[in-house]
Design a binder for this molecule. Structure first.
Ligand code: NAP
Length: 258
């Protein structure tokens, strides 16, 4: 039904753990060649070791908030894979800081990685995505910001909503180059970080989700994979919420059952 993505060149930023590693795993299994990006070498090496049984993966170190690093990431993918077909701009951070406590450094860090980093990584990959003739950009945004709020994450939410603002105009600008730009919006997803918070914390979060469970990193990977297919070529400038229905209840009463 769907045409194979075999051999396509894919970059996943923030792929050394969490959602990015899940996206990389799903793309590797689908036969693409995946370049995984993160800042810490040990974590990158471990992630590549873990996924290498699933497909063709390698890593490059880089900080997406730096233009030179983004240029190096793009050049590495071109060097190793001969081009770039798909960019999953996923790297993101979410240190909690209430509005009353936010520092200049805290604001700059979150905006630098999540928003500036997203734009810089897209910019660096543009010429190669255009050459591919079917370029795909998939941003990892969040339900936090575009749909919901959570104390401590006002700056984070602003960057995740900001990514969607960037996406809409970029989608128009890049459409005639055959490049689509879309976003996945994860709800609460089980990552290594969340696992450390314990089962009762995870259970309390799951109680707020109509499907009654947290998402997996692969759930996000499959959504990204769909947006990367040839069959999704007429979808651009849109976002796909992957949250088990979390944004739907109007009030806690909606979760009490029929
Ligand atoms: P995570 O487990 O903390 O992993 C973040 C990844 O990004 C790591 O590989 C990290 O590696 C890398 N990274 C961080 N800063 C970077 C930078 N400046 N340059 C390059 N790589 C960088 O995070 P996650 O929970 O998987 O989140 C991934 C994305 O999903 C984020 O954009 C986040 O906003 C979004 N999201 C997550 C959830 C959730 O429930 N987890 C929900 C909604 C949205 P290094 O530290 O080694 O660089």
């Amino acid at each position: 039904m769907f045409k194979s993505l075999d051999g396509r060149s894919v970059i996943v930023t923030g792929a050394t753990r969490g959602i990015g590693k899940g996206i990389a795993r799903v793309f590797a299994r689908s036969g693409t060649r995946v370049l995984m990006v993160g800042r810490e070498e040990e974590a990158a090496r471990r992630a590549v070791d873990e996924l290498s049984a699933e497909g063709e993966v390698s890593y490059v170190l880089g900080d997406v908030s730096r233009r030179k690093d983004c240029e190096l990431i793009a050049a590495t993918a071109i060097d190793r894979h001969g081009g770039i077909d798909v960019l999953c701009a996923n790297a993101g951070i979410y240190p909690a800081q209430r509005v009353s406590e936010m520092t200049d450094e805290g604001i700059d860090e979150v905006f630098g990685v999540n928003l500036r980093g997203c734009i810089l990584s897209v910019q660096a990959c543009l010429p190669a995505l255009e050459r591919s003739g079917h370029g795909r950009v998939i941003l990892t945004s969040s339900i936090t910001g575009p749909f919901t709020g959570f104390p401590g994450w006002s700056h984070y939410g602003a960057t995740k909503a900001g990514q969607l603002g960037f996406m809409r105009t970029a989608a128009i600008e890049l459409a005639r180059s055959g490049i689509t730009v879309n976003a996945v919006l994860p709800g609460n997803i089980v990552t290594e970080g969340l696992e450390g918070l314990g089962e009762s914390y995870a259970a309390s979060m799951a109680a707020a989700i109509p499907l009654g469970k947290l998402g997996t990193v692969e759930d996000i990977g499959y959504a990204a994979l769909f947006l990367a297919t040839d069959e999704a070529s007429f979808i651009t400038g849109h976002s796909l919420v992957v949250d088990g229905g979390q944004v739907l209840p109007e009030s806690p009463a909606a979760m009490e059952g029929p």
